[in-house]
Design a protein. Sequence first.
Length: 358
Amino acid sequence: MTSSAAGSRPRSAIRNARAARVRLRVGILLTHNFTLTAFATLVDVLRLSADEGDKSRPIDCQWHIMSPHRRPIASSCGVLLEPTSDLVDASALDYIVVVGGLLQDAPPISKEITRYLRHSAEAGARLIGLCTGSFVLCRLGLMQDRKCCVSWFHYRDFVEEFPHLVPVADQLYVIDQDRITCSGGVGVADLAARLVGDHLGTARAQKALHIMQIGRLRSETSAQPAPIPTLDPGDNRVARALLLMEQNLSDPMSIATIAARLGMSARQLERLFQTHLGASPRESYMGIRLRRAMWMLRKTDLSTASVAAELGFVDAAHLSRSFAARVGVPPSVFRVSAAAVGQHVNEAALCGISDDIR
């Protein structure tokens, strides 16, 4: 619709003038049950960079929520989002972004979008996978010979589905030639600000982050706020059990519940863990929680009580007893001399497994 301020200027002239000013053009594809945080964070950085103040007019940045059918798309929280355009030709875009979501029971990508992404890749388009959007790019064979960033939370899911690809799970995002992948969450703001900085200048990117109350721009190599899993059990059932443990730290699952989720008895799971890890499920679960505690004590300023609450311990005293029993010193001492103590801590022993399994 033409603004009344445009007067009698032809609509085509107005469109051409606006198009000439746009310096960053982004097409967005949303998967079924997409992650609302990743999408909204991306668009917020773009809209705040596109205009003066927070007016949000798509002047210097332009974004399209694309769909071949224009039907509403459901996010993982149930919110429906209306697409704003059909599939835009890759030549008219600087980036094509795939926003992923829930992995479980995800329907296959439609033939139209599959064809669009592959043709766009052949044309040299720069493709971005946000959150589990990286899984979509990998499934379509569009990440060959490129590094792929995944969230630590989905590290095992990725390794299980793509054993021949090497995931990067210790960075916020990875730029590898014409492919960009991001772990998701608020890390999307850092990636979006990087793109804005490349096209519009650092000042625009910083302005957007400041309005969003994000203190500083983190670089590509900044660490994700949790360590990647280090156990490689060599058995899919044990791997799935470890994944359940890693994804349920603040409210630990019982071993019986984990076994039931895998369709076996607790005794069967016990035997599998002893065979492949040389430790019981309970010992391995505690090891994972304590390794996370070590990371939090090194990398954050959270109190011991807060760390204990994050990792499902009854209180700080419970964490301190468990930590000292495995590591040899209480959390307070470990934090003060983390570098020196870390040289002597055998993290494999911490998790109740032998060094050759790591």
